[in-house]
Design a protein around this ligand. Structure first.
Ligand code: ADP
Ligand code: ZN
Ligand code: ZN
Length: 751
């Protein structure tokens, strides 16, 4: 291949594994081009924005076939080399196209080719010349005179939002003023309008001994990669430990990255951070506008925010001075992205900390089996906080046997009596049910008809408040039928309980008690969750009823009773992680009880009180609970003792997904024998076992039929060797064109 000048290798946001070569734009000097800059390129018949990942002088293909890029969009790289390294690693590990990895991980305006500067906020100020103009100087331009007066009233400068309020047609006037040199625009780097005031009631504490030990252990390793599992029961003061570590990190001029589950990132928490740390924070969560998100991202990238707090995708925030990474509630499933680029933010964080050579702290009251296994393999340091702060005691946990006795609406008499006794002491009660809506089934008593979704293998859920039935999987909905569509009968019944129906039943039982329901329906409007929490914090003698959004994070000191209305949902889940999740959820919900001086109590309703999964939980023995589960996982060759990868396929036509996965299976067997000789089917520890194709429990969803193929191996390296060979060949299968398929590495839901 002959040598030529100026080739850029470009990752394109498309489901294609290739990196594409382009000649640099004709007018460009190669010296000015660096990886991390965006470029506009011709792509097929379209124009796309790509990311330069490498600048070279030889091409992979003959140069006459290479096109010129149209335009380099940036003067400087928008992401640092470290980010590119992380993206490359993630693309390789998750077997996902690099272009999609990069473009799904940067703020949307940058994806669409917007210039950084255009997205900055500006502060408009009077210039010295402008200050000298008075309204008498402008008899013919009353609008300009008025705007100058407005500026004089705001000597510190005016933001766009203020100008919008001042006059809807402010732009034209402002343009005249800037052209005349009377007003200037300054890029402003102050944080976007703060979403929270500092929490003034918060005082830093003297750490107790276990807290101090934890802080010291981490701070002894600030200059190198070292992973820690901070295993601290609910209410043991983990957040305080994070804050003290961050203090030390920022005093060395470094930045901290804190990841929190979506539900955990509350204004309460942000206020606590703001008050304690007193430095600019960049906050990244899904409720931000594109512009706010970009702003926070730029603050972090440019080193103007010393602390970045965010949910899952914040793991990709570039930091010039990384000092520590903290993952709160590390066991939380929301750290795994469930569509598109299916990364696990916790696992990427560990990789990132290794690259940046900094410590990482994974905190949880109920750590994942993966992290506990890493502790037992001495890959992570273990930090224990096993007492609650102050006088608070762990609540007593009891089972309520639902097989005996009469109960209505899934509320046992024993539970009702206990609720009453706690309310009589002016305390709060929290009831947990992971099912929103009124009832999960609507059926006809006469002919047995059940309201099913037309597009999914699922029941339509009745929502009384909206007077509709809805599918929670595809969002199909209609008004509640008044007669049976099958037999015309009028005897339609709601079967089973959702939060709405329990609320109704409780209100009948406790007529003078305020019941506050927390679920996706009651918190849909922005700020409504906060409003509800305020009512709880101000109140006494209330019943809080909610789905898992109430299970974690919140510090609600007046709760003394927690009731878990249906624990059996978790016992027989289709996924092998179902019991682990149930245990975590029970202990997290239990953690809401008795957090202050009042002792707490937890009641769990179940039809299976003898189920062994409960035994250890009743004494808060999470260690015992997980030890048993780990044994089972080892016997079953399941994570953390094996690595999994799951191919999913779907199509409108039932036969295509299975046919495609059969081809993948075939291909995998061939490659497997090439790699390791014959007998690819057996489970021989270092080989890859292929399970499927099978149909998942819900075969049809949103009008499409689904199938899956599971790959399992005792050695992660083997699984990846096979996938490295397999994935590039899949696009060439003719059956691949008839389906939508995806590959999920370390799937959190194996169906
Ligand atoms: P966790 O995150 O482990 O559930 P938190 O960090 O929220 O626990 O702490 C529980 C409560 O105890 C909070 O109200 C916190 O302000 C308080 N707290 C934490 N550490 C101390 C301490 N050393 N002394 C007094 N109160 C503390
Ligand atoms: Zn009927
Ligand atoms: Zn549906």
């Amino acid at each position: 291949m002959h040598k030529i000048q100026g080739i850029i290798k470009v990752a394109v946001p498309a489901p294609l594994y290739q990196i594409y070569d382009y000649l640099i734009p004709k007018s460009c000097n190669i010296e000015t081009i660096q990886p991390g800059m965006r470029v506009r390129i011709p792509f097929g018949h379209a124009t796309k924005i790509g990311m330069i990942v490498q600048v070279v002088d030889t091409a992979d293909t003959a140069t006459y076939r290479i096109k010129h890029a149209f335009e380099i969009l940036d003067k400087r790289p928008i992401i640092p080399p470290g980010s590119l390294t992380l993206f490359r690693w993630a693309a390789k590990y998750y077997h996902h196209p690099l272009g999609e990895v990069i473009f799904s991980s940067i703020p949307p305006p940058l994806r669409h080719g917007k210039a950084e500067a255009k997205m900055m906020s500006y502060l408009y100020l009077l210039t010295n010349a402008g200050k000298e103009i008075t309204s008498t100087d402008l008899p013919r331009a009353p609008k300009q005179a008025a705007m100058l007066a407005f500026f004089r009233r705001h000597p510190k400068g005016v933001r766009k939002e203020q100008l919008c309020e001042y006059d809807a047609k402010w732009r034209a006037t402002l343009r005249s003023l800037t052209t005349k040199g009377w007003v200037t625009a300054e890029e402003h780097t102050a944080p976007p309008p703060a979403i929270t005031e500092p929490d003034k009631t918060y005082h830093p504490f003297r750490l107790n001994l276990p807290q101090t030990r934890a802080v010291d252990a981490v701070c002894a390793h600030l200059d190198r990669f070292s992973p820690f599992l901070l295993n601290g029961i609910t209410g043991s003061g983990k957040t305080e430990v994070y804050l003290h570590i961050i203090d030390r990190v920022i005093s060395r001029g470094k930045q901290a990255l804190v990841l929190i589950p979506e539900i955990g990132l509350t204004p309460q928490l942000v206020a606590r951070f703001t008050e304690h740390l007193g430095v600019p924070l960049a906050i990244l969560h899904s409720g931000l506008s594109d512009k706010e998100r970009l702003h926070a991202w730029l603050m972090a990238r440019d080193g103007n925010a010393q602390v970045v707090i965010g949910t899952r995708s914040a793991i990709f925030t570039p930091l010039p001075q990384p000092g520590i990474c903290i993952i709160d509630e590390e066991h939380d499933p929301s750290f795994k992205q469930q569509e598109g680029f299916r990364y696990h933010a916790r696992d990427l964080a560990v990789m990132r900390a290794r690259q940046d050579n900094i410590p990482i702290v994974l905190g949880s009251a109920t750590p994942s089996l993966e992290s506990l296994h890493n502790v037992s393999q001495e890959r992570y340091h273990h930090l224990l906080l096993n007492e609650r702060i102050g006088n608070a005691q762990q609540p007593a946990i009891h089972l309520l046997d639902m097989r005996s006795g009469k109960h209505k609406n899934n509320l046992s008499p024993a539970l009702l009596t206990t609720i009453k006794s706690h309310l009589d002491l002016d305390n709060q009660v929290l009831l947990f049910l992971n099912r929103r809506g009124y009832a999960p089934t609507l059926y006809c008593q006469a002919c047995g008809w059940i309201a099913l979704c037309q597009r999914c293998d699922a029941h339509m859920i009745q929502h009384q408040s909206m007077q509709r039935i809805r599918c929670h999987h595809c969002d199909a909905q209609q008004s509640i039928p008044t007669q049976c569509p099958q037999c015309g009968g009028q005897d339609l019944h709601a079967l089973g309980q959702g939060t709405e129906r329990i609320e109704e039943a409780l209100q009948l039982q406790f007529q003078d008690v305020e019941i506050i329901r927390f679920d996706r329906d009651s918190t849909r409007r922005k700020g409504s969750m906060q409003a509800l929490l305020k009512r709880v914090q101000a109140g006494q003698r209330q019943i809080l009823l909610g789905t898992q959004m109430i299970a974690k994070g919140h510090h609600l000191p007046n709760i003394t009773l927690v009731g878990i209305l249906d624990a059996d949902q978790g016992l027989f889940g289709a996924d092998f992680r179902a019991i682990e999740r149930m245990g975590q959820l029970i202990l997290q919900v239990a953690g809401r009880a008795g957090r202050a001086d009042k002792p707490g109590e937890v009641l769990i309703q179940t039809h299976f009180p003898e189920h062994p999964a409960f035994h250890a939980l009743l004494t808060h023995d999470y260690h015992g609970f997980t030890t048993k589960l780990l044994e089972e996982r080892q016997l079953g060759h399941l994570p953390p003792y094996a690595a999994l990868a799951l191919f999913r396929a779907e199509a409108a036509d039932k036969i295509h997904p299975a046919r495609f996965l059969q081809d993948v299976h075939q291909q995998a067997s061939v490659l497997s024998s090439a790699l390791w000789g014959q007998c690819p089917q057996g489970y021989a520890g270092d080989r890859v076992r292929l399970l499927g194709p099978v149909t998942p429990p819900m075969e049809k969803r949103a009008g499409r039929y689904r199938a899956q193929l599971l790959l399992q191996s005792g050695k992660r390296g083997c699984l990846h060797s096979l996938l490295n060979e397999l994935v590039p060949t899949i696009e060439e299968l003719s059956s691949a064109r008839k389906v939508r398929w995806s590959l999920d590495i370390d799937p959190q839901e194996s169906f």
